[in-house]
Design a protein around this ligand. Sequence first.
Ligand code: FE2
Length: 308
Amino acid sequence: MAYSSLADFDHPSSEVSQVSEVEQPFATNIAATDEFLQIREVVLSALAGRSMGPLGSEDLRDRLPRSQVDLRSDTGLMLRVESLISELLKKLSLANCKALQFPVNVRVMSHKTPNQRVVAKGAYSTELLHCDAWSGAPSDSRNHLIYLYTEPSCPYLEMYETLDESDPLRGYVGNYTELSDQLYERRRVAIPCEAGILAVWPTYSPHRTVVPAPSTSRAEGSPLRISIDFRTRESTPYEEDRNSAMDTFSDSKMNSLGVYWTFPSVSASMKDKIELEIKSARESGSVAEARRREYIRKYYPDAAVSGL
Ligand SMILES: [Fe+2]
């Protein structure tokens, strides 16, 4: 297999580092971990709108939504998932980071009708091969995707080896249509598409979502995939990044630097999380604190109203 089991996971990139300076993408099977089982249960339950019965049962397929559902406003769920992810990263020796995205992205993906697909294919479509740095992901960030539920022929992640330090494509910032074709020259990295697989890749690893052609023989509908993904950073949320100016900290809830919160931070409530984060920002200076307060005012107004 191209991926390691949890048992031989201790040094996931040690073999690769002998042939290349840059960190390479990899996949590992976490299906047997308590953290994965709990993340799957709470996320799928939330998507199904009720507590799950035995997972893997036939009616699971009928209870899950087949298009995107936004769970980000369910802060209780998002805090629970954050806590489980923190434990998982520690268990896998991947907790060598100083910031963690909050909340995670929950993606419900299936085939769409041809007309919808045309509309969805924009200049930043993830079906085009790209590096996340091209759309402003911090250069010190690492992305993680966990497959929670998959069906045969569902949309999947296709991954390629990380660009070398000297690769001119590293410096590009812009949409995915311009240089996408040049990325196919790299070697593929196998990422199995099955529930319980965790994929980890640096921000300069080319990748895309592949949506297999819908099969006309599947009367029951298009194949479904549910996954979560989240980034970590090697720097604190308040350090400058050459790709992402700090003055855009609050431009977007999910696509600006404000989405990275100090790691580790396991909080029982959003109020606790915000209080801890403001304290952490204050330690980085008054500008950092002002930026975090602005981000919270914009995207967590309830907490801002309570005087935080
Ligand atoms: Fe991406």
